[in-house]
Design a protein around this ligand. Structure first.
Ligand SMILES: *Cc1c(COP(=O)(O)O)cnc(C)c1O
Length: 355
């Protein structure tokens, strides 16, 4: 069995805009969005704010920019922010928190996507001559971009209570917010109720080519708009970015459950492959990161083999790869990937089977 095209599972960011999105771009009314005059951007921001149950929203170029704008807007230079140690802000933003926002990050472990509210509380500092003041708590839901774990509403409420007690705002990096909402069985505003500000990525499961939405109070978005400008993120005829985003909010959210179903099926099928370790329960949303349990194999060997089959996966460790399911991945392709793993497993001599 062979498939003509490449099966790219490295990330849900590899998704290409659908024909309907290109059509939406073609037809979008445009204007100068720094002047507030791009009708398509204005429509998107209003729509996104309503969807999230927030007062206002702002189109920005990336999730990273949304995160940094938030740190700049809610913290002063030299203050401290508490977040999980696997957070994107901490691990994958080129130390922008230090370089751009000039805040210090204090991390906590978040095992299985569960934030320990008492641990967070114990890290909060009011600030004195030696200790920086804690000015923000950052959550991520889904948590950990190699795992896609769902943070429960109860857990978010616990953090919220601690934050309220100390009058500290809570920000949600919701790059994959809708993946979490679908699995929690709630509309996104129910999640956003537990935080003061939030961002989600348009470029992941939603399949847009560019952009993130940052949302919060009117006052926060006013400050964020100034900080976006400082970062060079003010855009002119940004309706060409907003148009596919409007399509995505209407058509690409509910279908995310299909990606989750496929991801769970992929994990369940791989759990029976010798030398590969993953459980269906390890997968909560669209991210599947199997571990190579065979002592003689490593990620490089697996990735090389898969690439001969036209399958791309991401190397996330000596013995672990990541696969992210998205709208361009079909059931047939999932089966093809499983058979490629089986072929890999049987073609490399298995000395010991470790499960
Ligand atoms: C992808 C991602 C981001 C960054 O988004 P970009 O648009 O790539 O800058 C931030 N946070 C999380 C959790 C992500 O997965």
């Amino acid at each position: 069995m062979s498939l003509a095209r490449v099966i790219d599972l490295r990330s849900d960011t590899v998704t290409l805009p659908k024909a309907e999105m290109i059509e939406a771009i073609r037809n979008a009314p445009l204007g100068d969005s720094i002047m507030g005059e791009d009708p398509t951007v204005n429509q998107l921001e209003k729509k996104a704010a309503e969807l999230l149950g927030m007062e206002a929203a702002l189109l920005v170029t990336s999730g990273t920019m949304a995160n940094q704008i938030t740190l700049m807007s809610l913290c002063n230079r030299g203050e401290e922010v508490i977040m999980g140690e696997d957070s994107h802000i901490y691990t994958l933003e080129g130390a922008a928190a230090a370089v751009v926002a000039q805040v210090q990050i204090r991390t906590i472990e978040v095992p299985d996507g569960i934030y320990d509210a008492s641990k967070i509380e114990s890290r909060i500092q009011t600030g004195d001559i030696q200790r920086p003041k804690t000015s923000l708590i950052c959550l991520e839901n889904t948590y950990n971009l190699n795992k896609g774990q769902i943070v429960s509403l109860e857990n978010m409420k616990e953090i919220r209570a601690v934050a309220n007690k100390h009058s500290i705002p809570v920000y949600l990096d919701g790059a994959r917010l809708f993946n979490a909402a679908i699995e929690l069985g709630v509309t996104p505003d129910v999640i956003c109720r537990e935080v003061d500000a939030v961002q989600f990525c348009l470029t992941k499961g939603l399949g847009c080519p560019i952009g993130s939405i940052l949302a919060g109070t009117k006052e926060f978005i006013e400050t964020a708009t100034i900080n976006r400008q400082r970062l060079g993120g003010g855009m002119r005829q940004a309706g060409i970015i907003a148009a596919p985003a409007i399509y995505a909010l209407d058509h690409m959210i509910d279908r995310l459950s299909e990606d989750h179903k496929k991801a769970k099926l992929l994990a369940a099928s791989l759990s029976t492959v010798d030398g590969i370790k993953i459980q269906a329960e390890d997968v909560q949303t669209n991210i599947v990161s199997p571990v190579i349990s065979h002592e003689d194999w490593d990620s490089k060997l697996l990735i090389e083999f898969l690439s001969t089959k036209g399958i791309k996966v991401k190397n996330i460790g000596e013995k672990q790869v990541r696969m992210v399911v998205h709208y361009q991945i079909t059931d047939e392709e999932i089966q093809f990937v499983v058979s490629a793993f089986e072929e890999f497993s049987s073609s490399v001599q298995i000395k010991t089977t470790v499960h």
